[in-house]
Design a protein around this ligand. Structure first.
Ligand SMILES: [Zn+2]
Ligand SMILES: [Zn+2]
Ligand SMILES: [Zn+2]
Length: 151
């Protein structure tokens, strides 16, 4: 079987052979004529492209944490509190990672998302607000108590 991407003759086990996958809830038949490694590479390229588009849309160019200004890519993540609220209302399954990036691109970047670094995102998740956003002059005990957090 010849792969249409790399033109190499590969064993049929190297192909997904019309396997059906779910994309945005719809069934999609994968092409049978592309080998697994080409398929993987194509997905990886698409994933990186989607992530870059999303981070640049919500975090600027180059993307940075909207709270502390962190620019190192490995620290950056997407804060999607609005999404979680919506999911809670609509009982949708949670989107994350690749699926979320793809979805945001396909929806032309709906509002309610922000680029945050892991630090700020975690702190916000625990305290409800990142300590960066609380004036540095406040005594430590005025930082919201995580036990008050009701989510
Ligand atoms: Zn191939
Ligand atoms: Zn940050
Ligand atoms: Zn912060």
């Amino acid at each position: 079987m010849i792969c249409t991407s790399c033109k190499q003759d590969k064993a049929s086990t190297e192909f997904y052979n019309g396997k059906t996958i779910k994309v945005y809830g719809a069934s999609l038949l994968l092409p049978t004529n592309e080998c697994k490694s080409c398929e993987r590479t194509r997905k990886e390229v698409a994933r990186k492209r989607d992530r870059k588009l999303v981070l640049e849309h919500y975090g600027g160019v180059p993307p940075k944490c909207q709270c502390c200004g962190e620019v190192i890519d490995g620290f950056l993540t997407l804060d999607h509190e609005a999404e979680e609220t919506k999911i809670a209302k609509q009982n949708e399954s949670r989107r994350s990672g690749t699926v979320l990036y793809q979805w945001l691109v396909s929806k032309e970047f709906p509002p309610g998302y922000a680029v945050l670094c892991f630090n700020c995102n975690c702190a916000k998740g625990i305290y409800g607000i990142c300590p960066h956003q609380i004036s540095g002059s406040l005594p430590l005990f005025e930082v919201p108590d995580p036990r008050d957090h009701t989510r």
